[in-house]
Ligand binder design. Structure first.
Ligand SMILES: [Zn+2]
Length: 210
């Protein structure tokens, strides 16, 4: 499995292109659609996953979705309507009115699994974002977690946004993410990668609260 990470406009949210053989999926086409399209153009793109529906993670969705019409768009059922509301997806804050032009194909729920190139992708819902977990297998020597804006290297998601709640985020990270194997590589929605072991040890938000 290959994971290509691309920070994209407007504020450098991480878009990921994950491929196995000739198949791929894209996580969070937040902007710079042309860059994402050209990086993914040789793949059969099966899914476009959204960790959540804030503008910096969805800004390139219309163009990327047009470029890969067979890719299924998947978003957490709770944030589905945000794709169609510039107020809720915060594009208004950027002076834009983002509205998804198509219908969502998959409304994600906690505990779902999706098939991709013979691999299972596990959907984990947390208050900050939908996370995507892939167990280690022949294609990946360690577990992989895409943690959206829930868990960052040495930080956690903002709790001042709608849907954000400090205590709930911490509880959910502890119960659902820190229970993954220590060596799991974490690919967050912003900034650098980390691992579950490092966050258990060094993340101040997870240490300071019981
Ligand atoms: Zn973000």
């Amino acid at each position: 499995m290959e994971i290509r990470k691309m920070p994209v406009a407007p504020i450098g949210a991480n878009c990921y292109i994950v491929s196995e053989g000739n198949e791929a999926f894209i996580i969070d086409p937040g902007g710079d659609a042309e860059k994402i399209i050209s990086a993914a153009k040789n793949f059969d793109v099966r899914y476009i996953f959204l960790t959540h529906a804030h503008f910096d993670h969805i800004g390139g969705l219309n163009n990327v979705s047009d470029a890969f019409p067979d890719a299924k768009t998947a978003v957490n059922f709770f944030e589905h309507d945000w794709l169609y509301s510039p107020q809720l997806n915060f594009s208004e804050e950027f002076g834009l009115t983002f509205v998804f032009r198509k219908k969502v194909d998959i409304k994600l729920e906690d505990g779902m699994t999706l098939d991709f190139a013979g691999i299972k992708i596990n959907v984990i819902h947390t208050p900050g974002s939908t996370c995507f977990h892939i167990k280690k297998s022949e294609t990946s020597e360690r577990d992989i977690l895409f943690s959206g804006d829930t868990l960052f290297r040495s930080s956690i998601g903002r709790t001042d946004l709608p849907g954000g709640n400090g205590r709930k985020i911490v509880e959910s990270i502890k119960n659902k993410l820190l229970t993954l194997p220590d060596e799991t590589v974490v690919y967050p929605g912003h900034d650098e990668n980390t691992t579950i072991a490092l966050e258990k040890k060094f993340n101040p938000f997870l240490k300071s609260r019981a």
